[in-house]
Design a protein around this ligand. Structure first.
Ligand code: FES
Length: 99
C-alpha cells in the first residue's frame, strides 16, 4: 500500500489509517515500519503516550522505535515493513491483518 510521499511525513511517530485500522509509522533501527495499535497483550488500543506508546487497558508501555515492551514480559507491537520506492513509502501489510 502506498502511504504517500516520504516528504509528507515530517514527524514520527505518525498515525496512519487503513480502513478501520490504525498504525504508527516509526523510524526504527532498520528504517521505516508500521506498528499496529492493537496491543499484543489482549487487544487493547495502544496510544501515543509522549515518550512511549502505552496501552491503557493494563498499562503495558512500548518504546517508540521498534515497539518493544519496556515494563512487561518479552513482547513487541506487531510490525510491518515499509520501503521507499521512487520517493513514496510503501507498507507491506498482509490482507489477513484486516480480517
Ligand atoms: S490489552 Fe494492552 S496491556 Fe493488556
Amino acid at each position: 500500500m502506498d502511504l504517500g510521499p516520504e516528504s509528507s511525513f515530517t514527524k514520527f511517530p505518525s498515525v496512519v489509517h487503513m480502513g478501520d485500522w490504525s498504525f504508527f509509522l516509526v523510524q526504527g533501527k532498520e528504517g521505516y515500519k508500521l506498528l499496529s495499535t492493537v496491543c499484543p497483550h489482549a487487544g487493547g488500543e495502544v496510544v501515543d503516550w509522549g515518550t512511549s506508546f502505552m496501552c491503557p487497558d493494563h498499562g503495558w508501555r512500548f518504546e517508540m522505535k521498534d515497539g518493544v515492551c519496556v515494563n512487561g514480559p518479552l513482547a513487541q507491537m506487531t510490525s510491518f515493513p515499509v520501503t521507499v520506492q521512487d520517493g513514496h513509502l510503501f507498507a507491506d501489510v498482509p490482507i489477513e491483518t484486516f480480517r
